[in-house]
Design a protein around this ligand. Structure first.
Ligand code: GLA
Length: 428
């Protein structure tokens, strides 16, 4: 099992117990480790592995429409993305069209002339699932109508339209974490009360430590960072946009609280954005986009594509469709990887997989090529334990190694590897 950079790996139960008690004292007096592990309001079986799909925000922002969403859904099937596990097509902010006199939430008639239900039917007919967006304030981040004070009726509307996933933002809401927990609890309960399984995506960006209470309020994923822009790095995880590296770092130290049913979410993939669309940032190189995909897989992060896949180039398709990388992300053990060593600008990350193999990432944060070594002791392996090493981007074996592995990694690139034990017989 991978070792923790900070020392002994934090115990899952101990941390969940602590979180249960810490948050429980304030909000959930009866919650302990057992209910926390299952999620007090969680719907069993939902998000057993990190959700995968596409979200409209990065590319389309306010220009989202039924036409766009249908076109993307078609392409998810045509490009083979559906068969790789990308299934949620999420309409982000700016689909809303206010409320009618009775308070019912409406879709914008210009962008969604037939409403959401026929769109959900179209998406379902393709074997995909539909996601939608709202906010725990009375207005969304984009100034559209929010769900505060209308939680039950909005949840019921989503269910009646056939929605399968709800991203719930936190703009125009009070800063304190008690109110955030209350508001997310309210919507979590309202969604559950509909009887329709809907993935609940908490989007308060991390300031109120949602990894501690996300499961308890019925959340299946919770943002740990501000919005990732189309850029490599920013100094801090402060208000948007941040770079890929800052989002990776924001995911550190919460790994013990992620697992089947509840995931740390470092935001969407900017892979393939090419500095186009709604979010900007200057754009990233292919190596940087590939690093994002590699590290999101190491982090057991939701894989929500943000680029316009209707026009994705070959490199973008290659990165997003790497089945060996996706298998790491979707590993059924659901244990998030962690950083096990850092030397200067060289990171070594390790993730234990269900079959006992290890996923290992050598991340070069620096601007020059450098040799990065994964030492077996940092990976929790015995010295001399022979491991077959496979390069998950080159799709080839890199031979057997017994104590450590040293590879040259290009600037801003990541070697994504799978290590499997070699039996005595094969070794000889
Ligand atoms: C916030 C979220 C984004 C997006 C926008 C929509 O900034 O973090 O992911 O949903 O709101 O307005």
């Amino acid at each position: 099992m991978c070792k923790n950079f900070l020392g002994t790996r934090l115990s899952w139960n101990r941390l969940l117990g602590t979180a249960g008690v810490g948050v429980g004292l304030l909000v959930f007096p009866a919650v302990g480790a057992e209910t926390n592990a299952a999620g007090a309001n969680a719907v069993p079986g939902l998000a057993a592995t990190p959700p995968m799909g596409w979200n409209s925000w990065n590319t389309f922002g306010p220009d989202v429409s039924a036409t766009v969403v249908c076109g993307v859904a078609d392409k998810i099937v045509d490009l083979g993305l559906k068969n790789l596990g990308y299934q949620y097509v999420v309409i982000d902010d700016h689909w809303e069209g206010g409320r009618d006199a009775a308070g019912h939430l409406l879709a914008n008639p210009k962008k969604f002339p037939e409403g959401i239900k026929p769109l959900a039917d179209y998406i379902h007919a393709k074997g995909l699932k539909l996601g939608i967006y709202s906010d725990a304030g009375d207005q969304t981040c984009g100034g559209e109508v929010g769900s505060f004070g209308h939680e039950e009726e909005d949840a019921a509307a989503f269910a009646s339209w056939g929605v399968d996933y709800v991203k719930y933002d936190y703009c125009n809401a009070p800063d304190d974490f008690m109110t955030a927990i209350e508001r997310y609890t309210k919507m979590g309960k309202a969604l559950k009360a509909t009887g329709r399984p809907m993935v609940f995506s908490i989007c308060e960006w991390g300031p109120r430590s949602p990894w501690l209470w996300g499961r308890n309020v019925g959340g299946n994923l919770w943002r740990v960072s501000f919005d990732v822009g189309d850029m490599w790095d920013t100094p801090h995880n402060t208000h948007s946009c941040i770079g890929i590296l800052a989002a990776i770092d924001a995911s550190c130290n919460h790994e013990a609280l992620a697992g089947p049913g509840g995931w740390n979410d470092p935001d969407m993939l900017v892979v393939g954005m090419g500095n186009k669309g709604n979010i900007k940032g200057g754009g990233c190189t292919v190596a940087e986009y590939q690093t994002q995909m590699s590290m999101w897989c190491m982090l057991a992060a939701p894989l929500m594509i943000g680029c316009d896949i209707r026009n994705a180039d070959e490199e973008t398709r290659r990165i997003l469709t790497n089945a060996e990388a996706i298998a790491v992300d979707q590993d059924t053990l659901g244990r998030q990887g962690n950083r096990v060593a850092r030397t200067g600008s060289a990171d070594v990350w390790c993730r234990t997989l269900a079959d006992g193999n290890l996923a290992v990432a050598l991340l070069n944060r620096g601007d020059q090529p450098q040799k990065i070594s994964a030492d077996w002791k940092d990976l929790g392996l015995k010295a001399g334990a022979t491991q077959a090493v496979r390069d998950l981007w080159a799709h080839k074996g890199l031979g057997n190694h017994a104590d450590k592995l040293t590879l040259t990694v290009e600037p801003h690139a990541t070697m994504l590897l799978r290590l499997s034990p070699v039996s005595e017989q094969v070794k000889n």
